[in-house]
Design a binder for this molecule. Structure first.
Ligand code: CA
Ligand code: CA
Length: 211
């Protein structure tokens, strides 16, 4: 490799370090003790302590700011109060979408009876728990850099005196989110590149002088 080629390789390496995308872990947890996330709900909430809810049907939307894009794991406890129904006369359907993409839809028997069924599951969600009070749901989601919208929706319910729902322990975690690649070489890095060129030049001179 000629000296010129070596300098080009060194410059490319330093420039890559400066402008390359940065990967970083991301962790969000809201256990509502107190509430830490930015939530908005469409319907009446009783404002119960330690959870989001109890909600008279409708949706709860989490606005989540992510420092980069990438795969993440979403998990949460879906809570049912009163007589939340699976498929029967009075079916209650829960659905979840992330950034406008419908990922999950199911009906759970949490006090109301009926036949449980998962109707949509494009994110490989796993559901654990079979009681009348809650389900733990976990799935893979795709975060985008900046604001993300996670919509948890239970449609229309029969009134707070009959049935309601809530959320707890909402977690979003990612091992590495990649930030947008819009950085420019910093002055210190430019200095390093310059130093490398000078070093190569001096070494070449010494090598040349020995010949
Ligand atoms: Ca019911
Ligand atoms: Ca119902």
């Amino acid at each position: 490799m000629s000296l010129f080629q070596r300098i080009l390789v060194a410059c490319a390496a330093f420039t890559g370090l400066a402008s390359g995308a940065q990967a970083a872990p991301f962790n969000f947890l809201d256990d509502f003790s107190p509430q830490t996330g930015s939530w908005s709900v469409s319907n009446t909430s009783t404002g119960a302590a330690g959870i989001l809810g109890q909600l008279d049907g409708g949706s709860a939307t989490l606005s989540l700011s992510a420092p980069g894009a990438g795969n993440a794991t979403l998990s949460f406890d879906l809570l049912g109060f009163g007589s939340v129904d699976a498929y029967n006369c009075c079916t209650d359907i829960f659905s979840l979408s992330v950034n406008g993409n419908a990922l999950f839809r199911a009906a759970f028997s949490m006090g109301g009876g009926g036949t449980e069924q998962i109707d949509l599951n494009t994110a490989g969600a796993t559901v654990t728990g079979t009681g009348t009070m809650s389900r733990h749901i976990s799935m893979s989601i795709l975060l985008q850099s900046g604001t993300n919208s996670l919509v948890f929706d239970y449609g229309q319910m029969q009134g707070l005196n009959d049935e309601s729902w809530g959320l707890d322990n909402v977690s979003v975690s990612a091992r590495d989110l990649v930030a947008p690649d819009n950085t420019v070489p910093e002055p210190s890095t430019i200095g390093l590149v310059g130093a490398a060129i000078v070093a190569f030049g001096m070494r070449a001179r010494r090598t040349g002088a020995k010949r």
